[in-house]
Design a protein around this ligand. Structure first.
Ligand SMILES: *[C@@H]1O[C@H](CO)[C@@H](O)[C@H](O)[C@H]1NC(C)=O
Ligand SMILES: *[C@@H]1O[C@H](CO)[C@@H](O)[C@H](O)[C@H]1NC(C)=O
Ligand SMILES: *[C@@H]1O[C@H](CO)[C@@H](O)[C@H](O)[C@H]1NC(C)=O
Ligand SMILES: *[C@@H]1O[C@H](CO)[C@@H](O)[C@H](O)[C@H]1NC(C)=O
Ligand SMILES: *[C@@H]1O[C@H](CO)[C@@H](O)[C@H](O)[C@H]1NC(C)=O
Ligand SMILES: *[C@@H]1O[C@H](CO)[C@@H](O)[C@H](O)[C@H]1NC(C)=O
Ligand SMILES: *[C@@H]1O[C@H](CO)[C@@H](O)[C@H](O)[C@H]1NC(C)=O
Ligand SMILES: *[C@@H]1O[C@H](CO)[C@@H](O)[C@H](O)[C@H]1NC(C)=O
Ligand SMILES: *[C@@H]1O[C@H](CO)[C@@H](O)[C@H](O)[C@H]1NC(C)=O
Ligand SMILES: *[C@@H]1O[C@H](CO)[C@@H](O)[C@H](O)[C@H]1NC(C)=O
Ligand SMILES: *[C@@H]1O[C@H](CO)[C@@H](O)[C@H](O)[C@H]1NC(C)=O
Ligand SMILES: *[C@@H]1O[C@H](CO)[C@@H](O)[C@H](O)[C@H]1NC(C)=O
Length: 694
């Protein structure tokens, strides 16, 4: 006690030296909290009896005036009180990542002190128009991104913000044109981020006056017209990003932007070539020109952009020999995506010097020749797609690729036409392979035994080859396999009972790992995770015989089952009714007999159903899910009867007409239900029908 007393006195003495924050500031802050509907427990921390400079989220100057209010990520709900505008020394206000709603108080936008205002990631709405431009504000950084702001972009309010350096308005719903006078009002603007809005019209040439701009992003809007020449006056630009608009024009003039690190004009209507002068962009790391109308040869000068990490020229009309470009000068290259162009020649050896390359997609071009052994230099390669070229020698290709130890996705279909499927036991490696496609090659031979060693395989695409022999029992040992498409081969024998034990098809486990780059089933349908693919068993268009095993009911997770165009006989097993996730069931063109199990009506998600061209008999269900499918789903079964077919089941006219009435009701219900599942249906159409695999 004797020691404690003086210490306490000293403590009180020093504490009294610090002047607490003013009552006025305290009450402004308390007013702010009191107007929230959910205050994230601030109410308890912000105690009126204590110095507000000590409150959570508050920082003060040495004079104990509040300079910082940092309340990001606190689950705050309700509106932002204008009382914060009364904090006359406030420099930085960060309310990002909350659930704040209502408008943005003018008092904050008008503040004569705030230099950094971050209210991004909230639910704020309204428009920002009608701010008088008389008072100058010191604001330098304004982040209003990821809110629900609407309306035209108000050029008058920017005029008051002469000092603004960073403006992030992305991910709102702003409309109208991008103001032409941006940089007259804000000569210091360096970062302008307008992406994910609904801006329309052209890129204003006036932007060319923003001489301090280093970063300009207006991707995912409705911008149209030509890239104005003035854009290329912005010589300090490091990031130029306008993806997903309808911009036209060419890249003439791009070489003036020598500081560029990122150039993203993907998903527009840019035409012409990549100019030779691209080689002047020595700092370029990201080049995205995908989905445009660009053509001609790729310039050899691309090799001078030695810092490139990503080259994405997907879906254009580039032609000529790719060997013109020397890739060996790009040691940092990680992604090279040239899918859907018209490139010719052999795959350049220089690519194999890029030892950090993780994703290489050359599919949909006209490359020929054999795969080079040097590809095994690419130790980091995890994604390789060469689909749809004219490559030869599958045996050699697989022998080489097995030494790419990190390969997780290998898509090499539509090459190697009419070659023999290698059955060599010595093909191993591929320990990390998850997705393997070698479809549409007309390969002959057996189901390759080395597939058994691909213990991590999740998706197997072998359709449209000429493979014969039985479907091997060992396929069920592939514990992660959940997508099997071996349609359109000549497999014979029965459906092996072992297939009914496939672990992934029996349980709802999903594949976790993502693809290096999204893969495409069609030009518009992309998948970035194997887990987002449905679980599928496609054995159609083979020569399979015997019955459909009743154990098929165990594959509860299947979304698509296709056994069509085989020689299967016997009855449709009742147990199929246990496949309650099924959206596609195709048993057409077999030799199935017996009646249609009424329990199939349990398959509520079914959007495609076909049992035509079999030898089924008895009535077609007139109620439930099955009654909603068109005649064509049942055609070619002479012994089937029912109101939908010309062949009635010997019923009286009266009964028939009530059935029809009932049916009409069900159609109405179906239309509504179909609305809900339409998206899913379309998706599967594309998976089942469209076989373009990028
Ligand atoms: C805070 O305390 C002061 C005086 O100590 C008082 O005047 C004021 O009303 C209080 N404010 C609130 C919100 O309780
Ligand atoms: C701001 O302060 C003034 C006077 O100091 C006061 O009249 C006004 O109510 C305050 N406004 C808010 C929103 O707290
Ligand atoms: C505001 O806080 C968030 C979350 O901590 C942070 O990511 C962001 O950079 C901050 N804003 C500013 C302008 O510093
Ligand atoms: C808002 O933008 C500023 C400036 O670009 C940035 O520093 C800040 O991190 C952004 N806020 C969030 C939450 O990302
Ligand atoms: C702008 O905000 C968005 C999110 O709202 C963020 O993704 C982006 O990185 C920000 N840009 C800048 C330059 O701060
Ligand atoms: C846009 O904002 C929403 C809601 O805050 C957010 O979930 C989404 O990630 C944002 N998108 C981008 C591209 O920043
Ligand atoms: C900007 O670009 C236009 C058109 O290309 C040109 O006429 C003008 O001289 C340029 N201005 C400056 C300052 O470079
Ligand atoms: C490859 O990547 C690694 C790690 O990402 C990096 O340290 C290395 O410098 C890169 N190699 C080259 C040649 O750029
Ligand atoms: C591809 O290039 C060839 C010439 O190499 C040309 O004849 C053909 O029309 C081009 N195809 C497309 C789709 O541009
Ligand atoms: C395929 O490549 C291997 C190894 O390079 C070679 O021995 C074989 O002759 C080639 N086959 C054909 C048909 O060219
Ligand atoms: C099925 O086998 C028959 C004869 O055994 C043959 O003619 C037919 O082409 C085969 N069909 C398929 C799709 O392989
Ligand atoms: C459907 O599954 C349940 C439970 O797994 C089983 O008891 C029942 O026999 C199955 N129904 C048919 C028709 O196989």
């Amino acid at each position: 006690m004797g020691l404690f007393g003086p210490a306490l006195v000293a403590l009180l003495f020093f504490a009294s030296l610090a002047i607490p924050c003013t009552e006025q500031e305290k009450s402004s802050l308390l007013q702010f909290v009191s107007e929230l509907s959910q205050d994230g427990a601030l109410g308890s921390s912000w105690d009126n009896a204590t110095d507000c400079c000590k409150w959570e989220g508050i920082s003060c100057s040495s004079e104990n005036t509040v300079t910082d209010v940092f309340l990001a990520c606190r689950n705050l709900e309700g509106h932002i009180s204008p009382s914060l505008g009364n904090l006359t020394s406030l420099l930085r206000l960060n309310l990002s990542h909350n659930l704040l709603s209502g408008g943005l108080p003018l008092e904050l936008v008008f503040s004569k002190s705030i230099i950094v205002l971050d209210i991004s990631f909230n639910l704020l709405h309204g428009d920002l128009q009608g701010l008088p431009s008389s008072t100058l504000q010191p604001m330098q950084v304004l982040n209003i991104s990821s809110n629900l702001f609407t309306g035209r972009f108000p050029s008058t309010s920017w005029e008051a913000m002469k000092g603004l350096v960073v403006l992030n308005a992305s991910n709102n719903s702003f409309t109208g044109q991008i103001p032409t006078t941006f940089c007259v009002s804000m000569p210091s603007i360096s970062v302008l981020e307008l992406s994910y809005n609904q801006f329309s019209g052209g890129i204003p040439p006036g932007l060319g006056n923003c001489s301090m701009l280093t970063s300009l992003d207006a991707g995912s809007n409705n911008l149209s017209g030509n890239l104005p020449d003035e854009l290329f006056n912005l010589t300090l630009l490091e990031h130029l990003s306008f993806p997903h608009n309808q911009l036209e024009g060419s890249l003439r003039g791009i070489s003036k932007l020598t500081h560029l690190v990122t150039l993203d004009l993907g998903g527009n209507r840019i035409s012409g070539n990549i100019p030779n002068s691209i080689g002047d962009l020595k700092r370029l790391e990201e080049l995205h020109l995908d989905g445009n109308s660009m053509s001609w040869e790729l310039p050899s000068t691309l090799g001078s952009c030695t810092n490139l990490r990503t080259i994405n020229l997907r879906r254009n009309m580039f032609s000529g020999e790719l060997t013109r470009v020397d890739f060996s000068t790009m040691p940092n290259l990680k992604t090279l995506d040239l899918v859907w162009n018209n490139l010719t020649g052999t795959i350049p050896e220089s690519i194999y010097s890029c030892s950090n390359l993780t994703a290489l997609r050359l599919s949909g071009n006209r490359f020929h020749g054999q795969l080079s052994e040097r590809i095994s230099n690419l130790k980091s390669l995890s994604f390789l797609s060469l689909v749809g070229n004219s490559l030869t020698n599958i045996t050699s290709a697989l022998q080489i690729l097995r030494s790419c130890r990190n390969l997780a996705t290998l898509l090499i279909g539509r090459n190697f036409m009419h070659e023999a499927m290698p059955e060599d036991d010595r093909i191993d490696g591929f320990k990390n392979l998850q997705v393997f496609s070698i479809s549409r090659c007309s390969l002959y031979g057996k189901m390759p035994p080395w597939l058994l060693k691909l213990t991590n395989l999740e998706m197997l695409f072998l359709y449209s080859n000429q493979l014969t022999g039985p479907i091997p029992e060992w396929m069920s040992n592939l514990n992660f396999l959940f997508y099997i498409d071996i349609t359109n081969n000549s497999f014979t024998g029965e459906i092996p009972a072992a297939l009914m034990e496939m672990p992934m098809l029996k349980t709802d486990k999903v594949a976790p790992k993502a693809f290096e780059i999204p893969i495409y089933l069609t030009q518009s349908l992309q998948y970035s995770k194997p887990g987002s693919f449905p679980k599928v068993l496609n054995l159609g268009a083979n020569n399979l015989t015997g019955v459909i095993p009743k154990e098929i009911g165990q594959l509860k997770e299947l979304l698509s089952l296709n056994l069509s165009f085989n020689k299967l006989s016997g009855e449709i097993p009742q147990s199929i009714c246990n496949l309650t996730n099924l959206e596609v069931l195709d048993l057409s063109s077999n030799k199935l007999t017996g009646v249609i199990p009424t329990t199939l009506n349990n398959l509520h998600f079914l959007s495609e159903f076909n049992i035509s061209n079999n030898d089924l008999e008895g009535p077609i269900p007139t109620m439930g899910q099955l009654s909603t499918f068109p005649n064509s789903s049942f055609d070619g079964n002479p012994k089937l009867c029912g109101p939908m077919l010309a062949h009635y089941c010997g019923s009286s006219e009266k009964k028939f007409s009530t059935e029809v009435a009932k049916k009409m009701d069900e159609r109405v219900i179906f239309v509504i239900a179909f609305g809900a599942f339409f998206c899913v249906g379309v998706l599967y159409d594309q998976i089942v029908l469209s076989r373009f695999f990028g």
